[in-house]
Design a protein around this ligand. Sequence first.
Ligand code: NAP
Length: 460
Amino acid sequence: MATDLDGKREPRVLRIGMLGCGVVGGGLVKLLDKHRPDFLRNGFDLRLTRVAVRNADKKRDCELAGVRLTTDVMSVANAPDIDLLVEVMGGNDLAVEAGCAALARGIALVSANKAGLARSLPRFVECAQQGKAAIGFESAAAAHIPIVEVLERSLACEEITLIKGVINGSTNYILTFMERSGCEYPAALADAAAKGFTEADPRLDVEGIDAAEKLSLLALKTFGIWFHPDRIHTEGITNITGADIRLALSLDHRIKLVAAARRTPQGLSLRVHPALIHRGELLADVDSEFNAIILEGPSFNQLTFLGKGAGQLPTASAVLNDIVRLVRYPQASSLPGFQRAGAESLTLAGKDSLALCYFVRLGVTEGSDRAVLAGLRKLGLPVLSHSAVDHNGQRFLGVITDIVEESRILAMLPQAATLPGVTSAPVFIRLDKDNYRDIVEREQSAYFGASLQRQPGAGV
Ligand SMILES: NC(=O)c1ccc[n+]([C@@H]2O[C@H](COP(=O)([O-])OP(=O)(O)OC[C@H]3O[C@@H](n4cnc5c(N)ncnc54)[C@H](OP(=O)(O)O)[C@@H]3O)[C@@H](O)[C@H]2O)c1
């Protein structure tokens, strides 16, 4: 590409069409203006020429002078005078239709729309191949954490066994708010919605759907295989109570919505669910709109990324970096991207194969803690540590177990509900720890004293 470092060459003009001009689109308009001197310095000029919105009369907080504004999305996607399409409108239908139409006719696409991409990925790949056009979707995976590029290029030939993270800012905000204010889930959700921290349909966040869509994209770039988000085991945070949060804290843990894709002997395990994270772990300290992603692999052990996973400028900035990358390196597509040998033979691991440490919460009568604990142990629950709180006029007992098959926990809970002193149906939350032995050791040290040496296979 020509550069104008000597100031003598005309910059190459690239015309951008944009679908949507809301939070992210408005941010991009501002950044395009701010960074224009950088573009010119490097021999290109990015010009926003066409923008599609739902309501053309809406007042916007960005300058659109000279831009052709329309409500006809397909007219922008099909416009002969655009060189690159940015999709920041969201949705699974029209947005996908428009993005794919542009790709199929050879127009590069930069998209922040995780739902559209994760749910229609094969179609995007097909259209990109048909039109020999590139796609960038960094902002769709974890907004400002440059994880897609790292997986696509920096770690292209790396064996990765695990990618996991806290990748939904709204649930993170809600859980942090519950912890700090002591309120219950509905009040925390209302606060998050009032501050604009949830999607227009908050179910996408709180039921874990947004995180599953991001995990589908992250797993694709990590393991080379795509699984539809609906195939990912997904649980949200709607059943987390103030008592859970207080009990977790008193057991030295915090509750987060964790998304993880892990290579296991049974196949690829893809899961999104709330998890107790020990306060010594980095993920436990990731709050509000921050995201964190952890990678593990045999040659590098662990890599950690922390950054803003939502918000106008962090997301728009990731979109802009994708645009600039595709302008500078037109072949640097994120799809289909680097192919990993053997990826197609990876299957999804079933939920039945899970064996983890668990937190179990039970409502109990005053003075019955010891009897209930004894009853749980008698049922075969390997209790490592426990705590109790009085919350909203009710007593709750929380226990953390040793590693146990999830099927066993599920079979045990109905029996636990019938123990004398138990007043409400027990519920469980998984613990997030990949080397579960570590946490067992730590819990036991805390429980029995640091001098305890655990014998292999020893019971509790
Ligand atoms: N916000 C974030 O922090 C963030 C982070 C990562 C990824 N994303 C993704 O980025 C995308 C945009 O998010 P956002 O927060 O910017 O959303 P937003 O503020 O709701 O903006 C959506 C824009 O799309 C336009 N639009 C929606 N439906 C349309 C239709 N049928 N025809 C024409 N225009 C339509 C809207 O037009 P009007 O303005 O006229 O209503 C609006 O300008 C989504 O896919 C989201 O998941 C967002």
